[in-house]
Design a protein around this ligand. Structure first.
Ligand code: UD1
Length: 431
């Protein structure tokens, strides 16, 4: 059984119990983006002393990253009230990130670049994370090799060394990988000379991490574009930074409103980070309006099915794909969803089939024929987003749905069951 991590000091029972037929209405508040906060924590390793991150969500992954940083010698103080975390980094942090801390968290690979840049060596266990298909690290290691490091794999660890430091160079990624862009950028900030990273990822998380590095004293140009230019500096200092709000959690609530014919005001949403998903929801029939601090998503009729192909940002995010499939499963009409980023991301479709959905998967395409209502059954969550998608599927089913594997959902969604209750749903955690 997976080790369960506390949320606000409590360990939740692992199963969600969802009563179907809810119409979600009310307010939700979005906190910092998981995929930004975890990396902000990792890059704090680049400077000795205190770095503080604000807008930290109360999710299990933050506890896991904190555990990894503690293992590397950092002192962590976390304030749940003010949603901040302060990381006190020692003059010489440890260079070996052990398997026990790394295995559950894909983002733990983000300590690799900072450790090599700062210490000239790193040993990082190959990470785990979500079951969404093979997730190579070759772009990360090739980038570090271009910067002058030596790397090899041994006994499940990536061993990297750069005894004479790193040197700036020109690097072109084969694919705009989020993690590789982050690792290369956070290594190049302490390299000597200029690094040009072409075909870089453009996700808002990358811009956020780059801005934190700039606050620490780094020289980075071109964030949010495909070419990032980094001029190395001798050293960095700790900084304070407020993480951007979570566009995937925002998208989850927007899909939840549309699926349940609901009306949700999403406070703290940044619609400019979700242009394509929101456009798609409008074509499904949603009415989306601006409110003072976010957006309101309202739906009055059965959604129309939408065709979607996932792509790197600003394309449609792969992390919202499970919600598209779930929406299409109960929408009017036929649809085609194409997954271009992670080949294993359709695994959860088998669980939706158990709920009566009409979906046919062929390679990286899923054809869906919408039906009026799903048919409740016990299902199993295999990753964060699929898990949240199955909870929403339970809400549009005809009875009682149990979703096993709630700890996956805890990794990305603060208080998911409580928030759903606040919107009028009958959702609880049970043993
Ligand atoms: C991050 C996010 C994940 C999101 C994904 C794409 C975190 C912790 N996770 O994952 O939620 O779905 O971005 O937006 O931030 N690849 C290689 N070799 C590499 C690196 C990647 O082949 O060295 C492949 C992957 O297998 C995948 C594709 O490139 O098919 C994209 O992966 P990448 O953008 O790196 O995603 P992650 O950073 O792992």
């Amino acid at each position: 059984m997976a080790k369960l991590y506390p949320i606000a000091g409590q360990i939740n029972p692992d199963r969600f119990r969802v009563v179907g037929g809810a119409r979600l209405a009310g307010d939700v508040y979005i906190s910092g983006a998981k995929n930004s906060v975890l990396k902000l924590m990792a890059v704090s390793l680049l400077a000795p002393g205190n770095s503080t991150i604000n807008n930290v969500p109360d999710i299990a992954d933050v506890s896991m990253m904190a555990e990894l940083l503690e293992q590397l010698g950092c002192k962590i103080s976390r304030d749940f009230e003010s949603k901040s975390i302060t990381i006190d980094v020692p003059e010489t942090p440890g260079y070996r990130a052990e398997y026990e801390s790394v295995r559950k968290l894909r983002a733990s690979i983000n300590v690799l670049g900072p450790l090599v840049a700062r210490l000239g060596k790193a040993e990082v266990a190959l990470p785990g994370g979500d079951a969404i298909g093979s997730r190579g690290l070759d772009f990360h290691t090739k980038g570090l090799i271009s910067l002058g490091a030596e790397t090899y794999n041994e006994h499940g660890y990536i061993i990297a060394s750069a005894a004479n430091g790193l040197t700036g160079t020109q690097i072109e990624l084969e694919f705009p990988s989020v993690g590789a862009t982050e690792n290369i950028m956070s290594a190049a900030v302490l390299a000597s000379g200029v690094t040009t990273l072409e075909n870089a990822a453009r996700e808002p998380d990358i811009v956020d991490i780059g801005n934190f590095l700039i606050a620490m004293g780094a020289d980075i140009q071109g964030l949010g574009t495909s070419t990032i230019t980094i001029t190395g500096v001798k050293s960095l200092k700790g900084a304070t930074h407020t993480a951007i709000s979570d566009r995937i959690v925002t998208g989850t609530w927007a899909f939840a409103a549309v699926m349940t014919l609901g009306d949700i005001s999403i406070h703290g949403a940044r619609p400019e980070h979700l242009e394509l998903p929101l456009e798609k929801l409008v074509s499904a029939g949603a009415v989306i309006t601006s409110i003072a601090d976010g957006i309101r998503v309202k739906m009055d009729r059965r959604p129309t099915a939408i065709d979607v192909a996932t792509l790197p940002y600003p394309g449609f995010p792969t992390d919202l794909q499970p919600f598209v499939i779930t929406l299409n499963a109960i929408a009017e009409g036929d649809s085609l969803v194409t997954e271009n980023v992670f080949e294993g991301r359709f695994m959860f479709v088998n669980e939706l089939l158990r709920l009566g959905a009409k979906i046919r998967v062929d390679g990286h395409h899923a054809s869906i024929t919408g039906i009026k209502e799903l048919s409740s059954a016990p299902v199993v969550a295999s990753d964060i987003r699929a898990g949240a998608g199955l909870v929403l599927a339970g809400l549009v089913s005809d009875g009682l749905t149990f979703i096993e594997g709630g700890h996956h959902i805890d990794r990305g969604y603060p208080d998911f069951a409580q928030q759903l209750q606040g919107l009028g749903a009958d959702v609880t955690r049970v043993d």
